[in-house]
Design a protein around this ligand. Structure first.
Ligand SMILES: CC(=O)SCCNC(=O)CCNC(=O)[C@H](O)C(C)(C)COP(=O)(O)OP(=O)(O)OC[C@H]1O[C@@H](n2cnc3c(N)ncnc32)[C@H](O)[C@@H]1OP(=O)(O)O
Ligand SMILES: O=C([O-])CC(=O)C(=O)O
Length: 378
């Protein structure tokens, strides 16, 4: 057996062969199934992109029409799931509510038929369709309101915004939201996708796969950073406080949220698009002073940390877009999960196509031949 050097965080170690997405971290390039992210962001929709990621081809007119219709037909959640969510503490984090709810779906669909394309398609449709409904339902129920039913006349993103606010969204806001979902849909072997693939490799059900990935996405070093960025901008409070704040972080060796990436050593191409989307929203709905603070953080961080390849990542500007849409800060990471379900499901399907259970090794650095000490002698 080949013996490899231990790499903390498995840096640079391939964990799978995959044709789903590609990142060039030196040039700042991201492709889904070979198509540049900029092109998808300007021309595609989230559901079309999800189809591309999962089934490896852009759908024909008929294929996308059927897929959109199927997703629309499955958007409602079971009343038993809704009742279960009602009993969650209102003070709990919506990511935890989502993880529990996604796992609970598995209780209703426990039959596993992992090599049947019909089973796979049903699970894909059900998860893509119900996860946004679950996020919106928890948001309303934690405020003491009844969840809003999906609106049959609205497409995927417009319907989510409608379920959150009980009113039809502005078309520009709905399109920008949909682009945000495209941008966050997939990103090679990130931590939550790795988690999804490890879970998938045991041949468990797709609801467990998604639930484990949701749990992994929530941490502040991964998807949870989008929420932390807003807290950081609020703490900084003004453009003039940025420089001392960043200098203090560097001096304390504290991480600046929304900056840095294991793969990108230049600005994340998704951050550039999100920055532009935020500006489009401000042009229509008014400026946000936290955007000026964020831009100054980016400038000062480039000056101080650019030599280490630390630049804004996808989590840096996304929160400013969602904030302008009036979305509460603790829903930013659940929204990331709504998008990333597409990538997780694509990896679930790819893992099943050539499965071998993940079972890496470790470098044991503990003791040997230790004798048991009776409790009286400890
Ligand atoms: C969707 C996503 O998951 S995108 C990432 C979201 N996460 C964040 O924004 C949290 C902040 N960023 C980070 O914590 C990291 O950059 C990560 C987790 C994204 C990547 O971590 P790693 O690849 O393990 O990088 P690591 O933590 O080893 O950092 C390498 C060097 O850059 C520095 N560094 C990395 N990120 C940052 C940051 N955000 N602020 C300040 N310094 C940083 C480290 O201190 C370290 O410096 P050193 O070599 O002088 O000790
Ligand atoms: O690739 C990563 O490690 C994190 C990331 O940007 C993502 O998951 O979108």
């Amino acid at each position: 057996m080949m013996v490899c050097e231990y790499k903390p965080g498995l840096e640079g170690i391939p964990a799978a062969e995959s044709s789903i997405s590609f990142v060039d971290g030196q040039k700042g390039i991201l492709e889904y199934r070979g198509i540049r992210i900029e092109e998808l962001a300007s021309k595609s929709t989230f559901l079309e992109t999800a189809y591309l990621l999962i089934w490896n081809e852009l759908p024909t007119k008929q294929q996308i029409a059927e897929f959109e219709e199927e997703v629309k037909m499955h958007r409602r959640i079971k009343y038993r799931i809704r009742d279960m969510m009602k009993s969650f503490p209102e003070s709990g984090h919506p990511m935890d509510a989502l993880q529990a709810s996604a796992a609970a779906l598995g209780l209703f669909y426990s039959r596993r038929d992992l090599h049947n394309p019909v089973y796979i398609r049903d699970a894909v449709v059900r998860l893509l369709a119900t996860i946004p409904t679950m996020v919106a339902a928890f948001q309303l129920m934690r405020q003491g309101n009844d969840p809003v039913r999906p609106h049959d006349d609205l497409d995927y993103s417009a319907n989510f915004l409608y379920m959150l606010n009980e009113k039809k969204p502005d078309p520009l806001a709905a399109r920008i939201f949909d682009v945000c979902l495209i941008l966050q849909a997939e990103h090679t072997m990130n931590a939550s996708t790795f988690s999804a693939r490890v879970t998938a490799s045991t041949l468990t059900d797709p609801y467990a796969v998604v639930a484990s990935a949701v749990g992994t996405l929530g941490g502040p070093l991964h998807g949870g950073a989008n929420e932390e960025v807003i807290h950081m901008l609020e703490e900084i409070g003004s453009v003039s406080n940025v420089r001392p704040y960043i200098e203090d972080c560097i001096q304390r060796k504290a991480k600046i949220m929304g900056l840095g990436h294991r793969v990108y050593k230049v600005k994340d191409p998704r951050a550039t698009i999100l920055q532009d989307l935020a500006q489009q929203l401000f042009a229509k709905f008014g400026h946000d002073k936290y955007f000026d603070i964020a831009q100054e953080v980016e400038r000062v961080a480039e000056e101080k940390l650019g030599h280490k390849g630390i630049y804004p990542n996808v989590d840096f500007y996304s929160g400013l877009v969602y904030r302008k849409m009036g979305i509460p800060t603790d829903l930013f990471t659940p929204i990331f999960a709504i998008a990333r379900v597409a990538g997780w499901l694509a990896h679930w399907k790819e893992q099943l196509e050539e499965n071998r259970i993940f079972r890496p090794t470790q470098v044991y650095n503990g003791r040997h031949e230790v004798s048991y000490t009776p409790i009286e002698q400890r």
